[in-house]
Design a protein around this ligand. Structure first.
Ligand code: NAP
Ligand code: COA
Length: 270
């Protein structure tokens, strides 16, 4: 990001920051000199993530917690506060996903995803609130297009992420007076990620998805991190309660795909 704001010395906490898009976000902040804490379940993944973050020469720590456990989340946020002090930027992106028809989901299967994505987000935000006292403090929730594009085999994720975006808007109202901005970033399909692997498991499917993106390519973690950093910066000081797609236009729907195919069929495009 050109002329990007500096996050040197800022404290950034990323829930679900041990891999994929969220680790890409943590890494982008670390590269800007932020002190970064990542939280997830697996100690092994956390250690690998911290090793990557430390390459930038700053400070990074990993705390293990399952976001479904409010007490563990409380302990992790308190440990971050003890290590780094108050938090400038909180990113909440822990999530689970698997494709399954509604009738192929047990009650616990549906609950697992809602518990991680939606209730987990609530736990993380609630536990972080006492530490979000710095001027300009902000929260960025990592949502998904399923929040507003109904998708077959994704009843759990659609319900959970729609809830995440509503939590974003409600807490923007409740916490605005305390000076805390709350926004959602909605990644489109991002290359090389676990989410992509689970929903589009073959190279052919991934190619088809890329072709359905108006901008003609899959996203990268850096595409997402750039918007997260914008939202966390003073450049977005008057932005709160926003739900921002970063998806190359993917969630605009099939109309552009149909148009592109028609153009191809009629020779108006390569
Ligand atoms: P990922 O690499 O699997 O990231 C998920 C992260 O959440 C991991 O760090 C995981 O670490 C952590 N996590 C999972 N369950 C947890 C739990 N119960 N408690 C604490 N941490 C937990 O997946 P990704 O594909 O990069 O997705 C990252 C985010 O982007 C998610 O919010 C997803 O919904 C969103 N998104 C992804 C895409 C995409 O194309 N990939 C598109 C739209 C939105 P542990 O296993 O160590 O717990
Ligand atoms: N189809 C249908 N049900 C499934 C399923 C699938 N592909 N995968 C898991 N489930 C069900 C399980 O059978 C279980 O239900 P049950 O107790 O009635 O049998 C329930 O979901 C929970 O599964 P479990 O493996 O016990 O949960 P977990 O807490 O260990 O893991 C998940 C949570 C299932 C979400 C797991 O996929 C995960 O940890 N994901 C994190 C990484 C990820 O999904 N990244 C992409 C983010 S976009």
């Amino acid at each position: 990001m050109n002329s990007s704001p500096s996050f040197a010395g800022s404290v950034v906490a990323v829930a679900g920051g041990s891999s994929g898009i969220n680790l890409g976000i943590a890494d982008a902040f670390a590269a800007q000199g932020a002190r970064v804490a990542v939280v997830s379940r697996s100690r092994q993944k956390l250690d690998a993530a911290v090793e990557r973050l430390l390459i930038h020469g700053g400070e990074a720590i990993g705390f293990s917690a399952d976001v479904r456990d409010p007490e563990a989340v409380d302990a992790a946020l308190s440990a971050i506060h003890q290590a780094f002090g108050d938090i400038d930027v909180l990113v909440s992106g822990a999530a689970g996903n698997f494709p399954a028809p509604a009738l192929g989901m047990s009650p616990n299967a549906f609950a697992s995803v809602v518990d991680i994505d939606l209730r987990g987000t609530f736990h993380v935000l609630r536990s972080a609130y006492p530490y979000l006292t710095r001027p300009g403090a902000s929260i960025i929730n990592i949502s998904a297009p399923q929040a507003y594009v109904p998708m077959a085999f994704q009843a759990h994720v659609c319900a959970a992420k729609a809830g995440v975006d509503m939590v974003t808007r409600v807490l923007a109202m409740e916490w605005g007076p305390a000076g805390i901005r709350v926004n959602s970033v909605v990644p489109g399909p991002v290359e090389g990620t676990e989410g992509m692997k689970r929903l589009s498991p073959t190279p052919e499917l991934q190619q088809a998805v890329a072709e359905s993106v108006p901008l003609g390519r899959l996203g990268t973690p850096m595409d997402i991190a750039n918007t997260v950093m914008f939202l966390a910066s003073p450049l977005a000081g008057y932005v709160t309660g926003a739900i921002i797609p970063v998806d190359g236009g993917w969630s605009l729907g099939g109309a552009s795909v149909v148009a592109a195919r028609m153009a191809k069929a009629t020779g108006e495009s390569d």
